[in-house]
Design a protein around this ligand. Sequence first.
Ligand SMILES: C[S@@+](CC[C@H](N)C(=O)[O-])C[C@H]1O[C@@H](n2cnc3c(N)ncnc32)[C@H](O)[C@@H]1O
Length: 368
Amino acid sequence: MSETSKKPQTDSNFSEKMTDILNYGALNLAMSIGYQLRLFDVMDEMSRPATAAAIASAAGLDTRYVTEWLAVMVCGGIIDLHADDSGQDIYDLPKSHADMITRRAGNANLGVYTQEIPLLTTCAMKSVVKGFTSGDGVGYEHYPKFQQFMTELADAKHQQVLVDIFLPSVDDGRLIQRLQSGIHVCDLGCAEGIALILMAQAYPGSAFTGIDVSGDVIAKATRTAAEMGIRNIRFLQRDAASLEDIREFEGSFDYITAFDAIHDQTRPMDALKNVRFMLKPNGLFSMVDIAASSYLSENRLHPMGVFLYTVSLMHCMPVGLVDGGAGLGMMWGRDRAVDMLKSAGFDHIDVTEIPNDSFNLHFLCKIC
Ligand SMILES: C[S@@+](CC[C@H](N)C(=O)[O-])C[C@H]1O[C@@H](n2cnc3c(N)ncnc32)[C@H](O)[C@@H]1O
């Protein structure tokens, strides 16, 4: 090794980048605390600059903690710092920022995602670090808080998009006509049944079956549907990869959906083959999954590539590795998804973007 190669090289660009990484990582954590405590919403409602004591009081929180949190937000450029007439510090959340990080922001709310990495850290940091040595997966049971968070996100998204925007877009509106006339629908990986319940309410003449491997979510979905008095729905606890032994399922569904529910599975190929097994001739399968490329060289340019790969590393990949599973990870991407759908027996696959949902792609599979 030459003398020069031993000397530390100073790369000022990378040094700046490291400073950004440390600052933004810390800022994300502090923002997630503020989001959880509704501090952004409170400041937005105050709609004028206020002292730390006034903000703490409006939020029902401790002034010293809020003051320290405000310092992070000011240094991070989230909140503006001014002085009142007496020279006291007052803080302002600009409306243009509030429009993107408060609960009232709806679909544009990016603030809610600040919670994702801290939650995953709490749930799975130790197990994931262990996985690097053992290669073992990490079971869903490690992630109860994260699952609850994802359910809230999915709930908000399905409420806004599913019935009014997504379903009418399927098969150029023909699905809606079939749903109105009465068909059999199945949702794989239905979790607490949010999507299925919305569909069952909108189309009372059709029959809906929800399948999930988790007994807890199936029990909750069943309870919710019963409490709401919805009769055209049933929920079954089953592994989507082991449905081929249910003879009544063979060729019995007109429409099957899987919302964000294939890439996490330990045996996704078997699950896709079972979709094919369960569909009627003329049946449709909507797989909604992350909008990404199957090639790292292309995902490198994805504006949220770091974030999405980290969520995959901390959750999607390890849950998919349990029991020697496939561990596809969230960023399996469009080409790999299409290849797997073809191998499962789908000969006609249409991949489209979804209005109001830039995170996902719609893989519409038809049996021709
Ligand atoms: C990310 S959640 C998606 C939930 C729901 N589809 C939605 O839109 O919010 C993935 C779901 O797939 C379920 N799941 C994972 N592996 C499964 C399997 N092998 N069979 C059936 N469900 C499975 C999980 O229990 C979880 O409820």
